[in-house]
Ligand binder design. Structure first.
Ligand code: ADP
Ligand code: MG
Length: 707
């Protein structure tokens, strides 16, 4: 008999689930319905946490602070109704250990206000439960336990796969169940040889942290770990793979930029010193350092690719202008791109005030202005090209204006992204690039998202004088708030009344703000209350901003369109409605719109009186106005995945984002990526072909590769 051809491991991984021994058709059906069709698909559903069910507690229930795990039989169930509230009621199930020798008191499982649990749990069922046992007035109880219903014929599996071990808990969707996914992962892994998948990382050094690890082992241990230590190491190994892929991309990008051929832009300092002298203040030390770092990059022959990173109000604009002047001194053109038209107009106003007196021609170019041709009037009478271009991304589309572009400054990078630079390079323009962001990002995160950039940080505020007092208050205090705002306005100040974005929908979002506008118009009668939201055209928005800036409107109801960069120093009050809907970083950005002038400022975060979570979470806003501290708190609470999600729009959230806080791991990924690209700069070797797609951005996310 001829020997069977060897089946490649990769093919085994692609085996459909219905050929896997040990899985019932019902289990397979529930998975296939959700698109989980192969063993590879199941393994890609990484558990989001594990429960230590290694020790199943024996025969008695003991109250304890530590959760414990039990195999129990349901003896009785019932719903305890309370009060007169319709639909309310607690579901309770009284259980005893299945062990025939079980002793002592039974345990009462309680699900508060969830009477519908009666549909899930019934007398006579066996359950695996996991939770804390409390002694409540002599009765033993467990509230909202993790539980699984065990069906009789799978009893053996129940205690070996679902319990009696460190048990994986998966994120479920649709028809998926914990038991179903767990069974599929278990039997799927059992059907595979020891090495069932190609490695992404080059083989680890024989000594060192990851000696003996490979992708197959990492996946096995991530699902069914042999110990808690091994689980931790598996997660780190898989995270390293993922970080490695991102590092391949940023290191490759960085090398591309360096190879794109730059030029040296050296100024004689003539314009710069006139500019600095005309400013009504002197630069902070941090600003001066950043100006110097940037000038150093510009003077070098290599192209600049730098991030200017500074909290709201740290004074990034002045630094940007200083750098633009250096470009102009060197005989080149400079451009400043803003994420919104409001911001572009604001930058243009500053540029007219500060740069035109130095003899520079400044052109403002935005989508709407260009359409009616009025952008052109900004040219000098003799048709001279502008020295400085300011606009939204529309700016890049007008090749006739772009002439000898030496420096591009991109404000608020997280809305613009690296794509802009790529677009310029495609057009054959390789200017120095400075991106600015006010999102305070801890160092390890900058290494990952902005790993292709050098970083300058403005870590110092210009004015220590004015303070912002922040309070979290129940929304029932609106009348008092209105009274306070009216006093401030009568004293000559102005205020913002901010409404949240609802479910990312501009329509609903505008609706909430419009309602708020009616309410505040009544509360503040007869004052003129302005309204600004995302559904207005750019010109309408700018017109409203103008009335606010000029002081004709003293209170402005707005959605988060004012989040970035808006600078009206006379505004001293900000009320944020439904503040519980915002992330901390976003609240910090919003609050940065006040406290910009000489007057003390006041920010009130309105929350639902009963929303304890929001009150507790927002408390830090009362304590500090340090963006980095707030960002760290945000990181701790939401994990970098979410914090990052905002900053790196377009990229899939990382699966092991929480491990990004581990600097060592990120640096290791970087070092390995550098080595790979040293050996094979175009990733053309057969073992690198797969990496190539992601590193060269033919593929947006590493998702499929990591399956
Ligand atoms: P951001 O970093 O948030 O973009 P801006 O550039 O808008 O900050 O600056 C905030 C405010 O601080 C502006 O009104 C600006 O004129 C002022 N400012 C900038 N630098 C200084 C400084 N060194 N001393 C005093 N005020 C400054
Ligand atoms: Mg700014």
């Amino acid at each position: 008999m001829p020997s069977l051809p060897a089946v490649a491991a990769e093919t085994l991984l692609q085996r459909p689930l219905d050929g896997v021994a040990g899985l019932t058709p019902a289990v397979v059906r529930s998975l296939v319905k959700e698109g989980v069709e192969t063993i590879a698909d199941v393994l890609a559903l990484l558990p989001f946490r594990h429960e230590d069910r290694q020790r199943m507690e024996g025969q008695t229930f003991q109250p304890s602070e530590a959760p414990s795990c039990h195999h129990v039989l349901v003896m009785k169930t019932g719903v305890k109704f309370f009060g007169s509230r319709r639909g309310g009621g607690n579901f309770e199930a009284v259980v005893q250990h299945t062990d025939a020798n079980a002793l002592g008191q039974p345990l009462t499982l309680r699900w508060w206000n969830m009477p519908f649990m009666a549909r899930a749990i019934a007398e006579g069922q066996e359950l695996i439960i996991h939770g804390k046992i409390k002694d409540w007035k002599g009765r033993l109880s467990m509230d909202h336990p993790e539980y699984e219903v065990i069906k009789g014929d799978e009893d053996d599996e129940a205690v070996t796969i679902h319990a009696g071990r460190i048990t994986p808990i998966y994120r479920l969707r649709g028809s998926l169940t914990q038991k179903g996914v767990r069974l599929a992962a278990w039997h799927g892994l059992r059907a595979l040889p020891e090495h069932f998948v190609e490695d992404i990382l080059p083989p680890p050094k024989t000594e060192g942290e990851f000696a003996g690890w490979n992708r197959s082992r990492g996946l096995r241990e991530a699902h069914f770990p042999s110990s808690l230590e091994s689980l931790e190491q598996a997660r780190r190994y898989l995270a390293l793979e993922e970080f490695y892929l991102y590092q391949l991309r940023v290191v490759r990008r960085r090398r591309d930029v360096l190879a794109s051929g730059g030029r040296s832009l050296k100024g004689d300092g003539r314009l710069l010193s006139a500019f600095l002298q005309a400013l009504p203040f002197s630069l902070t030390e941090a600003q001066a350092r950043c100006v110097k770092e940037i000038a150093g990059d510009m003077a070098s022959n290599a192209p600049m690719n730098r991030l200017l990173h500074g909290d709201v109000g740290s004074g990034k604009t002045v630094v940007a202008f200083a750098s633009m002047l250096t470009a102009v001194e060197a005989g080149a053109q400079a451009a400043l791109m803003a994420p919104t038209q409001i911001l572009a107009e604001q930058h243009a106003r500053n540029a007219r005030k500060w740069l035109e007196p130095l003899g520079l021609r400044v052109a403002l170019l935005t989508g709407s202005k260009k359409e009616d041709g009025s952008g052109m009037e900004l040219f000098g009478a003799n048709g001279d090209r502008p020295h400085v271009l300011i606009g939204t991304h529309a700016l890049l589309h007008d090749a006739s204006l772009v002439h000898d572009l030496g420096l591009v400054v991109i404000d608020e990078q997280h809305k613009f992204g690296v794509a802009q630079r790529a677009k310029l390079i495609q057009q054959g323009i390789t200017p120095d690039v400075l991106v600015m962001t006010a999102t305070p990002i801890p160092r390890t995160l900058t290494l990952t998202i902005y790993g292709d950039l050098d970083v300058s940080t403005i870590d110092q505020r210009p004015q220590q004088g004015t303070k912002i007092v922040t309070k979290v208050r129940p929304k029932t205090k609106m009348d008092e708030a209105a009274k306070f705002l009216r006093e401030q306005i009568e004293g000559g100040r102005q205020g913002y009344l901010v409404y949240p974005l609802i479910e990312e929908s501009e329509k609903l979002d505008a609706g909430a703000a419009t309602k708020g506008h009616e309410q505040w118009s009544k509360l503040l009668k007869p004052l003129n209350v302005g309204l600004l939201h995302g559904r207005m055209s750019a010109d309408e928005k700018e017109a409203v901003m103008k009335t606010f800036r000029d002081g004709a409107v003293t209170a402005l109801v707005s959605t988060t369109v004012i989040e970035v960069g808006v600078d009206v120093p006379n505004a001293t009050v900000m009320y944020i409605h439904d503040a519980g809907r915002f992330g901390l970083a976003q609240l910090h950005q919003l609050r940065g719109r006040i406290g910009r002038g000489a007057h003390s400022s006041f920010c009130v975060l309105f929350v639902d009186e009963k929303d304890e979570e929001a009150k507790e979470r927002l408390a830090i806003m009362e304590e500090t106005s340090d963006g980095f501290k707030i960002a760290e708190e945000d990181l701790k609470r939401r994990g970098p995945g979410n914090v990052l999600g905002h900053a790196q729009s377009g990229q899939a959230p990382l699966r092991f984002a929480e491990l990004l806080a581990d600097t060592r791991l990120v640096r290791l990924a970087r070092a390995i990526a550098e080595r790979t690209l040293d050996e094979d700069p175009t990733l053309s070797k057969p073992e690198h072909v797969k990496l190539r797609e992601f590193a060269f951005e033919a593929r947006e996310t590493p998702k499929e590769m990591l399956q």
